[in-house]
Write a protein that binds this ligand. Structure first.
Ligand code: ADP
Ligand code: VHF
Length: 376
């Protein structure tokens, strides 16, 4: 066990094209059995394994004769509900052959993006792990609408890795890592084995999902890498097609490793920083941006505009006048109260303490700024 430090929490994300043969639409049960043998071996070495498995829609395409059509939302939801039964069944059988229990968990973005629900999901999955079972997680696609869905399991897996303080997230994909460009369209593309920092150039290498069988593509994998590495979790992309893909990786199979960034603040701040769905936005003036760089809170006096409808406690984006996002924060007021506060300064009140409290819209403990924040 050399590639991963011993006894760690690993999140494995399995793409649709691995679990379901893209040509025939049939589930690759033998391959899954081989992966579950690997999972069993790792279990015996005290690793905790969490699986994020795609494949519900891909599997149901074959069952319902929708092999290559573009799906409408309602069809996607219905196919997900049909396919998910087969996916769960396949995992349950393959794990049971090795004496392991499968525990199905279906999540919507609310379960990771709302702090209370996030903590609730964490407790449940922690308990599943403590019972020795393997959580098999997917998006609850049947109940997710276009606006309220992850749409890809790459970012879902990264949010899970962050939620559970995993040390490594492995994306088993149809490609052996990140290249300088999409190798399917650019023969000159070069493999990148280690990414120390996710720069703009690295982000630019991502493209769209290549087939009807996949929904992520490289772009969502890079977004996942941002979330995971900020949560002090390494992320690896490797090809999963071969049998025993986890042992193959352990034995040196080609991959890209994105290195964990250990200094990104508390778990709460990292959760805020990686929000996938801010409920509104707060535009700041230059004075406020300067103050934030020196560790201040967001005061109503420095806010020029509020967008969106949200409750107090929502995560909102912090933006410049040109709309550029410079971070996120948990706001203390709902959108109506926030709008009413714009331009109010603490010195307008006799009771400075009360007014000061009222004028703090987002406390510095609830702020996560881009690191390093570009100087504006
Ligand atoms: N820079 C890149 N490096 C590697 N693959 C890329 C890149 N840009 C786009 N891709 C495409 O992303 C695909 C992987 O995404 P996807 O098929 O959605 O995987 P999965 O089903 O595992 O989620 C690759 O097959 C490749 O065609
Ligand atoms: N949740 C969807 C899969 C979404 C997804 O990310 O697919 P993929 O890009 O193949 O990993 C399903 O189970 O069909």
């Amino acid at each position: 066990m050399t590639l991963f430090a011993e006894k760690q929490r690993l999140v494995l994300k399995i793409g649709s094209a691995l679990l379901v043969d893209p040509d025939t639409g049939v589930l690759r049960q033998d391959w899954l059995n081989s992966l579950c043998e690997d999972i069993h071996t790792f279990h015996q070495h005290d690793y905790e394994i969490i699986v994020v498995s795609s494949g519900a829609v891909a599997l149901a395409r074959h069952q319902t004769n929708y092999m290559h059509q573009r799906l409408k939302l309602g069809e996607k939801q219905a196919l997900a509900s049909i396919g998910q039964v087969g996916i769960a069944n396949a995992w349950q059988q393959a794990l049971a052959q090795r004496g392991l229990m499968a525990a199905q968990v279906l999540l919507t973005p609310d379960d990771t993006e709302d702090r209370k629900r996030h903590l609730n999901a964490r407790r449940t999955i922690d308990t599943i792990l403590s019972l020795g079972a393997v959580p098999v997680i997917n998006e609850n696609d049947t109940l997710s609408t276009e606006e309220l869905r992850f749409g890809d399991n790459d970012r879902l897996a990264a949010r899970i890795a962050q939620m559970l303080n995993a040390k490594t997230l492995i994306l088993f994909s149809d490609i052996d890592g990140l290249y300088s460009a999409d190798p399917r369209t650019n023969p000159e593309a070069k493999h990148i084995s280690i990414v120390e920092h996710i720069t703009d150039d690295i982000m630019a290498a991502g493209g769209d999902a290549p087939s009807a069988f996949s929904s992520g593509g490289m772009r969502t994998k890079l977004q996942a890498a941002q979330i995971a590495t900020r949560a002090d979790c390494d992320m690896i992309i490797t090809k999963g097609e071969r049998f025993h893909p986890l042992s193959a990786l352990q034995n040196g199979a080609l991959h890209t490793r994105f290195l964990a960034q250990p200094d990104c603040g508390s778990a709460r701040k990292r959760w805020i920083a990686s929000t996938l769905r801010p409920e509104g936005s707060v535009s700041l003036d230059k004075g406020a941006v300067d103050a934030l760089q020196h560790g201040a809170s967001v005061l109503s006096a420095g806010v020029t505009h509020i967008e969106g409808h949200f409750d107090d406690g929502a995560v909102v984006a912090l933006t410049l006048s040109n709309g550029e996002t410079i971070g996120y924060g948990v706001i203390d007021y709902n959108d109506e109260q926030s709008r009413a506060m714009l331009g109010h300064r603490s010195t307008e009140s006799d009771d400075q303490d009360t007014q000061q409290r009222h004028s703090v819209m987002i406390h510095r403990n609830n702020l996560a700024l881009e690191t390093p924040m570009k100087s504006k």
